[in-house]
Design a protein. Structure first.
Length: 154
């Protein structure tokens, strides 16, 4: 399967699913006591999937790696905020541990994908070499031939 769009990336699909879970979790009345934490954990989870998407759309490997690194950092931020929610009693221990483990798994997936990209020779869509058609090659050859011929005739 060829990956044409960021929506095809498994790490983006997982990040999307986890973001929905964070939104569901923070919609609970327990979180209404702390709108700052609610907003921050939502923004961090959205940052994971958004940075995967933005990095992919940039078209270059180095930029993609940079955005994947930011996404991985945001995944860690969500985990840290889940501990705050647990400590404040906004979330049950079992639920917190399950989400923390899923965000850890996502961080590992992002890291493994980054390592793969670093080892591949692929530079990104924007660096693809455009090959000339046979007609373009022949026309270029004829232009050079005429130019060289004119030099020797003079």
């Amino acid at each position: 399967m060829s990956i044409k769009y960021f929506e095809d990336l498994e790490i983006w699909k997982v990040a999307r699913r986890l973001t929905k879970r964070i939104y569901d979790l923070t919609s609970d009345r327990r979180f209404s006591k702390d709108p700052g934490l609610c907003d921050q954990i939502r923004r961090a989870s959205v940052s994971v999937m958004s940075n995967i998407a933005e990095g992919f759309e940039r078209g270059g490997n180095q930029e993609f790696l940079q955005f994947l690194s930011i996404a991985k950092g945001s995944s860690g931020e969500v985990r840290s905020q889940l501990y705050v929610a647990l400590d404040q009693g906004y979330i049950h221990k079992k639920e917190a541990e399950a989400l923390i483990n899923e965000f850890k798994r996502l961080s590992v997936m992002i890291n493994n994908f980054m390592e793969y990209l670093k080892g591949s020779g692929y530079k990104g869509k924007k660096y693809k070499v455009r090959y000339k058609t046979m007609r373009e090659e022949v026309e270029e050859f004829l232009r050079k031939f005429e130019k060289d011929k004119n030099k020797t005739d003079n």
